[in-house]
Design a protein around this ligand. Structure first.
Ligand code: ADQ
Length: 462
């Protein structure tokens, strides 16, 4: 029987309470729950010595196989090359980009380690699905070790334009590594186009659209668009129990019938939070009728502690909150509630359900699942309005959101005002058309299309 083996840097283990697992974990877990299979990756723990054999744990139809990583190695691989070189490049944020060849070498070393630890677990009929930028060289490593199974790769972040990619000194090696996969998946047509342009560059040579051979002469790769989706019914089910959880009751009590504007993000500089806080300030300046009438709640739990840029953004947001609340707050009202913590999914969906406006304004994002969850959580008879960044992958599907450029502070403030004053009929129409798209491209479609593409790759080899 064909097993699905998912591989990602971090495995969201069932025994570890993680309220703030990011979008990748949410997507992989939903796909594995439906299909069953193995999830291999790092368990979140570091050691002083060399990592041991994978620890195996069976929960329902998922086998979790996880390893430790050496602390020094992890720092260079994860905090270093993955998140200080690749992450900024993929998000077009060159001001945050740093490159250190030793970190890149450790990145390759960790990929070799992943391949070596995964090898003994693999069976001939397995299909392997590798996730995200931390593991680009993994297929090359597995092929070197003689693995013939179909291997797919899904990039959860944007694929950058070639002129940005070229800033990375080792980009040609990574492009060649990507072409060792049988299937390469992206969120949007724009990402796919950028990838196609990159592999057609002279300097990487030998990989042409018409002849997409990867490392071995009998294999070709397929690059395509597989937009990640959500479980629409599950979001709505969680959301429509609203006013039941203690957190939701307390939140509503303190809202005093004001309009709720909500933002939920990992605390990351790519999410455009500083610009978003300034847009709230501008809303209160440009449209003073909102003073005392709206409450903006921003939920943003810390991630990637230890990387300087992430400590800096925390500091910046704390300062901006203080300034804006200082300027506008009244005896019985503050405009911004900034919560540096995670909530469980049911509570988040309930919060979304109660909100008049969902504010999702990343300065670049692969997809953005929060945008989709917000829409799915709304009451179809009285839905809130999504204000969405043009620079999030989700904007290529959710064209009925109020689309804004996150760098344009006045434009975002204006978008929020449009959302706050939108007539019920228009809200309902926009919501219905977005729900239809969410249903068409849901989590099941994402998983089945990708797995089908891997199965097809296997057929092509026979
Ligand atoms: P992320 O950058 O993590 O994902 P996103 O797609 O929005 O961004 O997913 C975040 C997930 O975590 C959502 O399901 C959300 O509900 C949850 N979450 C966020 N904040 C939370 C909080 N405070 N408490 C609890 N849960 C919280 C990466 C890419 C995205 C891409 C996804 C999936 O950066 O562009 O959409 O992978 O491919």
């Amino acid at each position: 029987m064909t097993r699905l083996v998912a591989v990602s840097n971090r495995v969201a283990q069932p025994t570890i309470e993680s309220k703030s697992a990011g979008g990748l974990s949410i997507g992989v877990l939903s796909a594995l729950k439906e299909h069953g299979g193995v999830w291999f990756g790092w368990n979140g723990k570091t050691t002083d010595g060399e990592p041991g054999d994978p620890k195996i744990e069976q929960v329902g139809n998922i086998t979790y196989a996880t390893i430790d990583l050496n602390a020094v190695s992890f720092d260079k691989f994860y905090n270093g090359f993955s998140n200080t070189s690749l992450w900024p490049i993929c998000h077009y944020l060159l001001g945050f980009f740093r490159f250190d060849r030793r970190e890149y070498e450790e990145y390759r070393h960790v990929n070799t380690l992943f391949a070596n630890k995964l090898l003994p677990l693999l069976q001939p009929d397995d299909i392997i699905w590798v996730h995200d930028y931390h593991l680009i060289p993994l297929a090359s490593e597995l092929r070197l070790a003689g693995i013939k199974n179909p291997i797919g790769f899904f990039l959860h972040v944007p694929f950058p334009d070639i002129e940005v990619l070229r800033v990375l000194p080792v980009y040609t090696q990574l492009l060649r590594n990507l072409c060792a996969y049988d299937v390469i998946g992206f969120h949007t047509p724009g990402d796919l186009a950028a990838f196609n342009e990159a592999i057609n560059q002279k300097e990487i040579g030998g990989i042409h659209k018409a002849d997409r051979r990867n490392n071995s002469p009998d294999r070709h790769f397929r690059a395509d668009v597989f937009p990640i989706g959500i479980d629409v019914d599950n979001c709505y089910k969680l959301a429509s129990t609203a006013r039941q959880s203690d957190n939701t009751k307390r939140m509503i009590h303190h809202l005093h019938d004001r309009n709720l504007i909500i933002g939920v993000d990992r605390l990351d500089y790519s999410k455009g939070l500083e610009e978003r806080f300034r847009a709230i300030e501008r809303l209160l300046q440009n449209y003073p009728e909102n003073r005392g009438q709206v409450s903006y709640i921003q939920i943003a739990p810390k991630t990637r502690a230890g990387i300087r840029a992430y400590d800096d953004i925390r500091h910046t947001l704390e300062q901006a909150t203080g300034e804006i609340n200082g300027e506008f707050a009244d005896i019985d009202w503050i405009p911004i509630r900034y919560l540096n913590r995670a909530f469980d999914r049911p509570t988040l969906m309930e919060f979304f359900h109660e909100a008049s406006v969902g504010l999702v304004t990343p300065i670049r994002d692969g997809m953005n699942l929060v945008a989709k969850e917000f829409v799915a959580s709304q009451d179809p008879d009285n839905p809130g309005v999504l204000v969405l960044s043009l620079l999030a992958g989700a904007a290529s599907e959710l064209t009925d959101a109020v689309l804004v450029n996150p760098y344009d502070i006045d434009g975002v403030a204006n978008g929020i005002q449009v959302a706050l004053t939108m007539p019920l009929n228009e809200r309902k129409e926009r919501h219905a058309s977005m729900i239809e798209i969410l249903r068409r491209n849901d989590i099941t479609t994402w998983r089945t299309h990708f797995v089908d593409a891997l199965m097809q790759a296997r057929e092509n080899l026979k």
